[in-house]
Structure formats: C-alpha cells, structure tokens
Design a protein around this ligand. Structure first.
Ligand SMILES: Cc1cc2nc3c(=O)[nH]c(=O)nc-3n(C[C@H](O)[C@H](O)[C@H](O)COP(=O)(O)OP(=O)(O)OC[C@H]3O[C@@H](n4cnc5c(N)ncnc54)[C@H](O)[C@@H]3O)c2cc1C
Length: 343
C-alpha cells in the first residue's frame, strides 16, 4: 500500500546550501521565519570544490570548506533547519498560492515563499586528470583563481566569449597563456577576439583538444597533453594551470512551470530577486547577472530573504483576512515588478 506523503509546513523553503542558500537562511532565520534548507549533498556548494579563496571580504585567505562551515554554523545559529542529502525534485506553485517543494524521497515541504539557490554546473572536459587536479591547477573561474598563477604558464580551453575574455584577464597574472580551441575560428564576439589577437602574452593553438592533465598529486598540475585534430600531432604542454570555459549550466530543472529566463537559461528576476513566479525568489549563480562570485551570491540572497519576508507577511495578511479581491492580490504579485512594492 502507498505510504501517505509527509507534508511539512515552513514559512520559507530554501533549495540549495551554497553561499546563496546559507546567506538566505541566515537572514530568514534572523527574521524569525521557520526556515528549511534542502541540500542534495552537504552545505557549501562550489566552496567545497574550491581550495583557497582570497577575495571574500574579511578573509584574506581561507579554505573553501572552512568558509562553508562558517556559513552553515552562522545560519544554524539563527534557527534555520538544514536537511542534508535531501535532493529536491520539484518546486511547484499550487492553486492556493503555497509552494510544494518535493524531495526526491517524495516528502513535501509546504511554504508561502521559496528561495531557489541551486547554482549551476561548469561543463567539464571529461578528460583524465581533470577532476583529480581540480583546485590543484584546474579551474573553472579566472576571476577566482587567476591570482594564484602569478608568473606561471597556463592553458585556457574554449572558443566562446568566456574563454577569450578570461584568457585576456589571466594575462594580468600569468607569464604566458595558451588558448586552446578545437576549431580554427572562435565563436566569441569580434571585439573579444581582437583583444586576444592583440595580446602578446596569448598564443592561440587552433584545431586542438586537451587529452589529459598531468601532474603530481602533492604539488599539483604540471602539464597538459594536447592533440592536433588536423596534423594528428600529440604533445605535452608545460603548464601549471588549466582554465576550462566550455559552458556553464544553470540548475533550473527543479522549477516546475514557466519562468522567465535569458538565452542561456539563467533565471530573470526583478531587483527584489523575485522571479516571474510570484513568491519564488532566486539568488546566486542561478540568476541572470554579470558575474558569479561568493559575494554576489550572498548579496542576492540577502535581498531575496528580506523580500521573501515582506512577501510572506503580505501573503499571510491576505490569507487571514480571506481577501480574494483583485487589488490585494495584485499588490502581492506586483511586488515582483519593483522592490518598491515591498516598502
Ligand atoms: C572551482 C571554482 C572556484 C571558485 N572560486 C571562487 C573564489 O575564489 N571566489 C569567489 O568569490 N567565487 C568563487 N567561485 C564562484 C562561487 O563559488 C560561486 O559563485 C558561488 O558558490 C555561488 O553560490 P550559489 O549558492 O549560488 O551556488 P552553489 O555554490 O553552486 O550552490 C548550489 C547548491 O545547491 C545544491 N543543489 C543543486 N541542485 C539541488 C537540488 N535539486 N536539490 C537540493 N540541492 C541542490 C548544490 O548541491 C549546491 O550545494 C568559484 C567557483 C568554482 C566552480
């Protein structure tokens, strides 16, 4: 016989416990909202894949997992309940305005507002050594890690805007940057290509793919095995860094129903971080924006949590007064047009 589905009631449910989710939890907990944080793995998000960070204000140099622990301890201190190894299958807005966040185990978390912070996933090359040397030479974020490669030789793989822009950025630190592309022309915009061609520190290697990251488990990456697809030549490039920019996938799969997004699939929000689904807030790497960093994820999440608090207050007021009139409902929903709607 099918077991009855467990339904748990919260004021707000947060999907994901990366920097955005944990910051949101800190603020909603502090606002005395009953907060559930559902995380498919363990708290930290991309921080758990980052060796050191040196660009988080107040922490000149900190280990990724150490920062993750600090974020989690801080959020729990304000009462947020963390559910680890609890993957979310879907977040659905029900006809009564509540969200049902269903876990992969079939449990339902019911709340008037939801903050989705499920981040994104950099697309990997899938070559031997890539995962082994991630954080020990292999990176997916130049802004984050370029400073660790001062006066070193690094390789960049990719051919789009990100690859060209980040290769150019890396030359501020690296002594030499090899830009490796599997075709004989870039997909990047002409202006970014021109920056690459004009930069004497960048050498483009065309028609070539990376085959293996070589290294020493103690000291890190030492080289990259390459294969030219035209000449069939194979060789070892001496490089201590590999930056992979072949795409990034936002983890939007949990959001049921239509929501506005940009061409890359990132969720569009208003300035209060509300998506086109009223009551569904989004923060961090999942959101369409210029850059993706710990500080921006936390900033988004601060706004999302405060806005969600105001949304929940209005929602409950509407429920208490049993108000169904169009102007009250529209006041609740129009708040996604401007943050001013919450004041
Ligand atoms: C290798 C690397 C190094 C970086 N270095 C730096 C740096 O030095 N400085 C810096 O500022 N930024 C750095 N960044 C960027 C920074 O880590 C991200 O911008 C930041 O982690 C984004 O936070 P987030 O919470 O939005 O997403 P994430 O950190 O991606 O967290 C998302 C969380 O959601 C969870 N999740 C996803 N789907 C589900 C689901 N269905 N159910 C439940 N949970 C789910 C994931 O498990 C994850 O824990 C780096 C990124 C990478 C990849």
């Amino acid at each position: 016989m099918k077991q009855p589905t467990t339904v748990r009631e919260y004021d707000v449910v947060i999907v994901g416990a990366g920097p955005a989710g944990m910051t949101a939890a800190l603020y909603t907990g502090r606002a005395m909202l009953r907060t559930a944080v559902l995380e498919r793995g363990f708290p930290g998000g991309e921080l758990l894949n980052t060796e050191y960070l040196d660009d988080v204000p107040g922490f000149p140099k900190i280990l990724g997992h150490e920062l993750a622990e600090k974020f989690a301890t801080h959020a729990k201190q304000f009462g947020a309940e963390f559910f680890e190894t609890t993957g979310v299958a879907s977040v659905t807005k029900m006809p009564d305005g509540y969200f049902h966040t269903e876990t992969e185990n079939g449990e339902i978390f019911r709340s008037p507002a939801t903050i989705v912070t499920s981040g994104g996933t950099p697309i990997k090359l899938g070559i031997p050594g890539e995962l082994e040397y991630a954080g020990k030479g292999v990176s997916y974020c130049a802004i984050c890690d370029a400073a660790f490669f001062k006066q070193q030789v690094v390789a960049v793989v990719g051919g789009g805007d990100a690859a060209c822009e980040e290769a150019d950025f890396l030359t501020r630190y690296a002594s030499k940057v090899y830009l490796i592309h599997r075709r004989n022309e870039f997909r990047a915009s002409k202006i970014l290509q021109q920056h690459v061609f004009d930069n004497p520190k960048i050498e483009v290697i065309w028609d070539t793919v990376a085959e293996k990251v070589e290294g020493n488990p103690q000291t890190g990456m030492t080289g990259l095995r390459l294969h030219n697809l035209i000449t069939q030549k194979r060789w070892l490039l001496d490089a201590t860094g590999l930056f992979v920019f072949i795409g990034f996938r936002p983890n939007t799969g949990v959001i049921a129903g239509h929501f506005e997004h940009d061409v890359m699939g990132y969720v569009l929000t208003d300035s209060a971080m509300m998506s086109s689904i009223p009551g569904l807030f989004v923060a961090g790497d999942l959101r369409a924006q210029l850059t993706r960093q710990v500080t921006t994820a936390s900033g988004d999440a601060t706004t999302a949590a405060i806005a969600a608090d105001k949304y929940i207050t209005r929602f409950k007021e509407m429920e208490r007064t049993n108000s169904t009139d169009a102007s009250t409902r529209s006041a609740l929903e129009s708040s996604h047009v401007s943050a001013g709607g919450y004041t």
